[in-house]
Write a protein that binds this ligand. Structure first.
Ligand code: ARG
Length: 447
């Protein structure tokens, strides 16, 4: 195995150690970003006169050939290399058009800085990718909300009937959560600064001014020299932030999944999830199960685990780079993959959800859903709210005790609870449309 180090060693590395320390089986994902970083690094070396124009051209040519093979899908990471950085160095050394010039690539550079650059660039690209996937889910929720814009369903607190709510507002609640997540993703994106020049920990002999590079050729942001080289090579805060945002997204998805799992149950029977998005049972022929939603809900545990994994990894690490940091990548890659995959399937699943209006309206006949509206009516007519609460509480108690629906109560029965109550009034108030349209406090209802 060709290594980036070895001169001071008098023995071959033990096979077990090579396997134990190697990271190429997961960090090959960084290959593209490593080539882009190396292209930037050779620009710096040229500006610093550590590479002449022909050496620069040879290295750039070799790196671009590797980049093309990555883009074409023919790039195969060699399993016998310690990491992707060593492997790309090896490819350049093997490239006859680059030859000995390859030995100059690593001038004034450490993998400690290199891996950080690669990981940050990976994060920038994947934050935008995740944001696009999140937008598709928001679009699916919006189109579902538009399709069912007039539909009303029972709203819940404590999973008990609370008040009628518009389906579009329930879906809108999830849109709001995901819009907050979108802002969090962009915030994480804006917080990442691409730097080169930290070296192993102490910086390099190249002047900071040469490390200023524009945002082009594969870079979504400009490169700058680090403010503090030790802080920079030790920094994995951006990973913790991203894993937190991805965990919050997972938490929101799990709540949406849970609602839809409940709504699709025989007991609720509010929605139908398309057959193409459900699975069956090997034993029970009748079953149609919401496995996609359950797996999505379950993935949240893995996302939280990945966040906690990295938080614990970083705790108590001394300055500056420590090999422990290699363990940051698998949880990071995993969380991005899990969230992107979940968002992609969810966007499609949502487009195929069908609400069952007859079952929703069946639930809306529960008169208890309108108790607050009845109390509000008394308040509007001069009764203090606390008294109104007690009066309507008594009305509900009498309904439960006599087994008489409020809508069937006589003038006398209602008047005995409170003189302001009568059959016409309760009929007007015990109505889903009336209930929903009487709620005017949300900003979106301002006209
Ligand atoms: N695979 C390593 C990582 O992910 C690259 C940096 C190695 N640096 C070192 N000093 N051994 O962190």
């Amino acid at each position: 195995m060709s290594k980036l180090w070895g001169g001071r060693f008098s023995k071959e590395t033990h096979k077990l150690v090579e396997e134990y320390c190697g990271s190429i089986h997961f960090d090959w994902i960084l290959a593209e970003y490593d080539c882009i970083g190396s292209l930037k690094h050779i620009d710096v070396l040229k500006k610093a006169r550590l590479l002449n124009a022909s050496e620069h051209a040879k290295l750039a040519g070799g790196l671009k050939r590797i980049l093309s093979s990555i883009h074409e899908g023919t790039f195969k990471p060699g399993p016998d290399f310690e990491d992707i950085h060593s492997y790309i160095q090896h490819l350049l050394e093997k490239d006859p058009k680059v030859g000995k010039t390859a030995l100059k690539l690593h001038t004034c550079r450490s993998r400690n800085d290199q891996v950080l650059f690669d990981t940050k660039l990976f994060c920038l690209i994947h934050l935008l990718k995740t944001e696009r996937a999140l937008t598709s889910v928001i679009e699916s929720l919006s189109s579902l909300a538009t399709k069912y814009s007039t539909l009303i369903m029972p709203g819940y607190t404590h999973l008990q009937h609370a008040m009628p709510v518009a389906v579009k507002d329930v879906l809108g609640a999830y849109i709001t959560m995901l819009e907050r997540d979108e802002a969090r993703l962009l915030n994480a994106y804006n917080g990442i600064e691409l730097t080169l020049g930290s070296g192993a920990l102490a910086g390099t002999m190249i002047s900071a001014k040469h490390y200023k590079l524009p945002a082009k050729d594969g870079l979504t942001k400009p490169v700058n020299p680090p403010d503090n080289t030790l802080a920079t090579v030790s920094d994995r805060d951006f990973i913790v932030e991203i894993l937190s945002v991805l965990s919050i997204i997972g938490m929101h998805l799990s709540r949406l999944c849970e609602d839809m799992i409940l709504w699709s149950s025989t007991e609720f029977n509010f929605i139908d999830i398309d057959d193409a998005f459900c699975t069956g049972s090997s034993l029970m022929p009748q079953k149609k199960n919401p496995d996609v939603l359950e797996l999505m809900r379950g993935y949240t545990g893995r996302l939280y685990g990945n966040l906690l994994n990295v938080l614990v990894l970083l705790k108590g690490l001394p300055l500056s780079y420590n090999r422990d940091l290699q363990h940051d990548k698998e949880p990071l890659f995993d969380s991005f993959a899990v969230v992107q995959e979940s968002l992609t399937v969810l966007a499609e699943l949502l487009l195929n959800i069908k609400f069952k209006p007859e079952n929703l309206s069946g639930q809306l006949t529960d008169e208890s859903l309108y108790a607050t509206d009845l109390a509000d009516y008394l308040v509007e007519n001069g009764v203090a709210f606390k008294d109104a609460h007690t009066i309507i509480g008594k009305l509900i108690k009498s309904k439960l005790k006599t087994q008489t629906p409020i809508l069937s109560m006589t003038d006398q029965q209602l008047a005995s609870i409170h003189p302001l109550l009568n059959p016409q009034i309760v009929k007007k108030i015990i109505d889903p449309k009336h209930s929903v349209s009487s709620k005017r406090s949300a900003r979106r209802t301002e006209a």
